[in-house]
Design a protein around this ligand. Structure first.
Ligand code: NI
Length: 165
């Protein structure tokens, strides 16, 4: 397994819209394994392919305390949303930024696993927020885009400074 390089904001490649996965081959399995390894190494709960410069509709997540409930979601689609939550979020691609984002409290998702098998799952709370956050990545959207202009500007300046340091 390989630890992949995570793109950091404001890298323009984070804005590329991911393409659907049509062939479930060994390359996809390798990408998924490397993404899990990279996510674990970084201490994240979710990672979208976009963040490792692979522009395919894939994300991995594990929001469990013991990091033993991994999910691979390929070509994910939210088919139901319910309620609202407003909780703090961070992102492996946005260093040192953490802020509250409004998300649906509960979502139902339809996707495929790494073998292309259809799956459906219902998630609530943190897992639901994670799914919405990762799906945003596949659309080229970052959690900071949901914040006020002023906050975005502040985060962008800080990120640019950190990148130069
Ligand atoms: Ni993120």
């Amino acid at each position: 397994m390989t630890i992949l390089t995570i793109l950091t904001y404001p890298d323009p490649r984070l804005r590329i819209k991911a393409q659907p996965v049509t062939t479930f081959d060994a390359d996809i399995l390798t990408t998924v394994e490397d993404m899990f390894e990279t996510m674990r190494e970084s201490g994240g709960i979710g990672l979208a392919a976009t963040q490792v410069n692979v522009h395919k509709r894939i994300f991995v997540m594990d929001v469990s305390e013991d990091r033993d409930q991994p999910y691979t979601l390929i070509n994910p689609e939210i088919i139901e949303r319910e309620g609202k939550q407003f909780e703090g979020e961070g992102c492996l691609s946005v260093v040192e930024a953490y802020d509250k984002v409004e998300r649906a409290l509960k979502v139902r998702v339809r996707a495929q696993d790494a073998d292309g098998k259809p799956i459906e799952l219902t998630a609530e709370g943190l897992m639901a927020a994670c799914i919405q956050h990762e799906l945003d990545h596949l659309e080229g959207v970052l959690f900071v885009d949901h914040l006020s202009r002023l906050k975005q500007e502040r985060i962008r300046k800080k990120a640019t400074k950190l990148a130069k340091a």
